[in-house]
Design a protein around this ligand. Structure first.
Ligand SMILES: Nc1ncnc2c1ncn2[C@@H]1O[C@H](COP(=O)(O)OP(=O)(O)OP(=O)(O)O)[C@@H](O)[C@H]1O
Ligand SMILES: [Mg+2]
Length: 301
């Protein structure tokens, strides 16, 4: 069974005490790598035997991991963290069931889900650092003071993306509308269409490219946000040739010292793709200068 569906099934059967213990492990993960049994005891009114019983059950369900030496301790694993987030989102009716994955990538997994109104939504679980915590940190330009566990790291990524989607939606940039967030899990409107990467032929490439560049301009002019990872992998196009820009956790503010070079890179990725795929070429430099001119962004380079 697909991992998240297994977790979604599991949480239906979790006891209140087990959820409480998962929450305690989450809270104490800032202080311990493996949380000693006594520390869990201090936070619950349960007897040591009961705690051990619940932890063993959570361990069997692969929501926590046990270490015996040098002391008996437990820690939350990703599935346990997923369970906590899904449990909260389900209790808010933001999602009531999980369906098939839309996409499984290195840094996120996106599933189809249903909300309480029976509408299909998309659920994105941030997995930053799954491949390499250090490298991810370097690439994502987090402040050096950001010394956090993978839990905080994924949560931070989801919050960043949620903030961007919220601001961009307010400014009418075409992005998936954000619906809810908990921990490292983001719920957003489901996008319809085809990934630009998979489009072989376009009737009006110029029109589509202009639309994309218009959205990029709109994002910097009104939302003050640069995407930071724009490419054919993060643009979807629907049957009416309307485009949506998605995957925003690595956005930077237009005030970021590297904002302009990041913007330039975003623009050239898209333009190079149109040249290669649709044999439609415009000058990348010109497009970049036009966008910063039209948006009123002062050129600092
Ligand atoms: N709101 C949505 N509605 C429908 N499908 C979506 C939605 N958001 C993302 N997807 C699908 O999930 C895939 C991965 O999403 P996204 O690009 O946001 O994550 P990612 O971090 O880039 O993952 P990867 O490591 O694969 O690049 C997308 O290519 C798309 O197919
Ligand atoms: Mg992506």
């Amino acid at each position: 069974m697909i991992v998240l569906q297994r977790v979604a099934e599991l949480i239906k059967g979790l006891r209140t005490e087990e959820i409480a213990i998962l929450r305690i492990l989450e809270e104490l993960s800032k202080r311990f790598e493996y949380i000693p049994l006594e520390e869990v005891g201090k936070k619950t009114g349960l007897s040591p035997d009961d705690i051990l019983f619940h932890l063993s059950s959570l361990n069997k369900q692969k929501l926590v991991q046990r270490r015996i030496k040098p002391y008996l301790g437990y820690r939350l694993v990703i599935a346990g963290y997923d369970a906590l987030a899904l449990h909260t989102l389900a209790s808010q009716d933001s999602i009531i069931s999980i369906g098939q994955p839309f996409g499984v990538g290195k840094e996120a997994t996106v599933y189809s889900a249903l909300n309480a109104e029976g509408e299909e939504v998309a659920v994105k679980l941030l997995r930053w650092g799954r491949t390499s915590f250090r490298q991810a940190r370097r690439l994502r330009q987090l402040p050096t003071s950001f010394s956090a566990s993978w839990i905080d790291y994924c949560k931070h990524a989801a919050e960043r993306e949620f903030t961007a989607l919220h601001t961009l939606t307010l400014h009418k940039v075409q992005v998936p509308k954000p619906i809810a967030i908990n921990r490292h899990v983001l719920v957003m409107a489901r996008m319809e269409g085809t990934l630009l990467l998979e489009v072989r032929d376009l009737k009006h490439p110029q029109q589509v490219l202009n639309q994309i560049l218009d959205q990029v301009r709109n994002a910097i002019q009104h939302a003050k946000i640069v995407h930071g990872d724009l490419s054919e992998y993060n643009i979807i196009i629907d049957e009416e040739n309307q485009i949506t820009l998605f995957d925003w956790p690595q956005w930077v503010s237009t005030r970021h010292p590297n904002a302009l070079s990041i913007l330039r890179r975003d623009i050239s990725h898209v333009i190079n793709f149109f040249r290669r795929r649709f044999h439609f070429a415009i000058d990348s430099q010109e497009a970049y200068h036009k966008i910063i001119h039209d948006s009123g962004l002062v050129q600092k380079e």
